[in-house]
Structure formats: structure tokens, C-alpha cells
Design a protein around this ligand. Structure first.
Ligand code: ARG
Length: 284
């Protein structure tokens, strides 16, 4: 596959920026417990297939000119592949995750250690939060999900530590238990989302903040199409989200379709596998 690097501008004038991602190979991936409606332990999952699909996601990022760092997977933590949940990194500051379910609790310290060892400024969270799974960063604000995993108190803690306004959004459909299963940033200012995943008040907030948002259908949401990663120009998205893909193209985005069907058996897609490390661009 030949992809245009992020930094090139499309005909429609969209420019992407090269990103730094942290990922975790799904070496120990399986479905052995159920903490969301997608997970059926009795059906299990194919680790080899998951690895192959994950490798093509990583390759797609590298072809786009992004940098991928890796954290070692840990045996007995099958969901550790979902790096987005490991932390929230904004301006080089790392807000640690504190998982809602005991099955994933050990992932929080493992991810935080990775950043501590590399000299990042870190904060161990006092409140339950599942990292970028529930915090999506735009230029002027961070959108934060609550309702299933992340506590509202953690929204305030993140705002205080990162110095960026945090807007709370309430999730109401258990299939869309993390914010990143129902919404993704198209660039620093606009988003795509599935309205039915949000409470009525939160829908109004989204309409007010993003009058020009891409609105996804239930068909796109049900294949985890909203669990996508955009660099402002290229959007890496589940291939089955055909309606969403058409609309993205219409708006001048380059679409990079991927197949992560095996990881979807745990309720994850491309974004779940991807933790963005946002460097400190501020002059202090
Ligand atoms: N099985 C995992 C869980 O329920 C999936 C996590 C997906 N990650 C995400 N960022 N949405 O916690």
C-alpha cells in the first residue's frame, strides 16, 4: 500500500501532522473474561489472526509517516493491546490510568512505568479513569466520557494536571462504554460521532460545540467505525464502516481502511490499540 505521508496537503487543503504512538503487540490477546457486551469468553479469539491484523495497523501508521513506540505485553493481561486505555498524554505530561475492572488493574502501573522510565512528568490518578479511551484531545479542549468506566472526578483531575478545559460527556449505551467507541476527533477542532451513544444533554453539548460534525449512523457505530484515528488528513478506520468512509471522503479526508475484526471480539478497534504521545510544544 502506498500512502501519502501525513505532512502532505490533500487537494481539499487538509494537512496532517506526524504523530507519535505507543502500541502493544497482542501476544497474549484472548477473550477470557467479559467486561463489555462485545466480549464472549466462550467463543475465545484467535491470537495469531489478532497479531496479523495489529501488524497491518502498525504498518499503516508507519507508512503514513507516524512514529510507533512499543511497550512489552504482559502475560495474563489480554486487553493490554488496547494501549489507548493506558494513559492520557498531553503536552508531554502523562496522566495515569486507573482501571474500573480488576481484570485490567495491573495495566495502569505498567503503562505509567513505561513513561516514568523515559523521563516523562507523570501523575498517578486518584480517580478511576481509562486513559485515552475516555479522553479525546482537541486543540482547545479535552472531551471526556463518563457513565461506564471513567469517574467525573477524574475529569477534573485531568483538567487540573493538564491545564486544558475538560468537557464532560455522558455515555448511555453499554456497547459504547468508552468515549472513543462513539466519537473521534477529525482534526484539532472538529469531530465525528454517533449521537445515540450520548445522553440528551451531552448531545446538545456536542451540537453546540461541533455544528459541522460528521454524524455517524448505527451501522457505522456497530462495526466500531468511530474508533478511528485521524492525523488531520488521513483517517485510519475499520473498513466495514462504509457510510462513514464515504462521508469522510466527501469532506476531503484520505481514508486508510483496516480490518481489526479479531480485536473487535474484545470490543476494540484501531483507536483502542493506539495511545498518542503528544509532545510538549509549549514554551514554559
Ligand atoms: N476489552 C477491553 C475493555 O473492555 C476493550 C478496551 C477497548 N479500548 C478502548 N479504548 N475503547 O476494557
Amino acid at each position: 500500500m502506498t500512502l501519502a505521508p501525513a505532512a502532505e496537503t490533500t487537494d481539499s487543503g487538509r494537512t496532517g501532522t506526524a504523530r507519535h504512538f505507543l502500541m502493544c503487540r497482542p501476544e497474549f490477546f484472548t477473550v477470557s473474561y467479559s467486561i463489555n457486551p462485545w466480549m464472549h469468553p466462550e467463543k475465545g479469539a484467535d491470537t495469531t489472526r489478532a497479531l496479523r491484523q495489529w501488524e497491518s495497523l502498525r504498518q499503516a501508521y508507519e507508512d503514513l509517516g507516524h512514529t510507533v513506540s512499543l511497550i512489552d505485553p504482559i502475560e495474563g493481561l489480554p486487553d493490554m493491546v488496547f494501549a489507548a486505555n493506558g494513559a492520557l498524554v498531553v503536552d508531554g505530561r502523562v496522566y495515569g490510568a486507573r482501571f474500573a475492572h480488576p481484570e485490567r488493574a495491573a495495566e495502569g502501573p505498567a503503562y505509567l512505568r513505561w513513561f516514568v522510565e523515559r523521563g516523562y512528568e507523570t501523575l498517578e490518578a486518584s480517580f478511576t479513569n481509562e486513559g485515552e479511551g475516555d479522553y479525546l484531545t482537541l486543540d482547545e479542549m479535552i472531551l471526556a466520557g463518563t457513565g461506564f468506566r471513567t469517574d467525573v472526578a477524574a475529569h477534573m483531575e485531568a483538567q487540573e494536571f493538564l491545564g486544558r478545559p475538560v468537557v464532560t460527556l455522558r455515555l448511555v449505551d453499554p456497547r459504547y462504554y468508552h468515549l472513543d467507541t462513539a466519537l473521534f476527533p477529525l482534526d484539532g477542532h472538529n469531530v465525528a460521532y454517533y449521537p445515540e451513544a450520548f445522553s440528551e444533554g451531552s448531545r446538545k453539548v456536542l451540537r453546540r460545540l461541533f455544528p459541522d460534525a460528521v454524524i455517524a449512523t448505527s451501522a457505522d457505530a456497530e462495526v466500531l467505525g468511530l474508533n478511528a484515528v485521524s492525523d488531520g488528513r488521513n483517517v485510519v478506520v475499520n473498513a466495514e464502516a462504509t457510510g462513514l468512509i464515504l462521508e469522510l471522503k466527501r469532506r476531503g479526508f484520505e481514508v486508510v481502511p483496516v480490518d481489526l475484526g479479531e480485536l473487535r471480539k474484545a470490543g476494540g478497534g484501531p483507536k483502542c490499540c493506539t495511545l498518542e504521545i503528544r509532545p510538549n510544544r509549549e514554551i514554559r
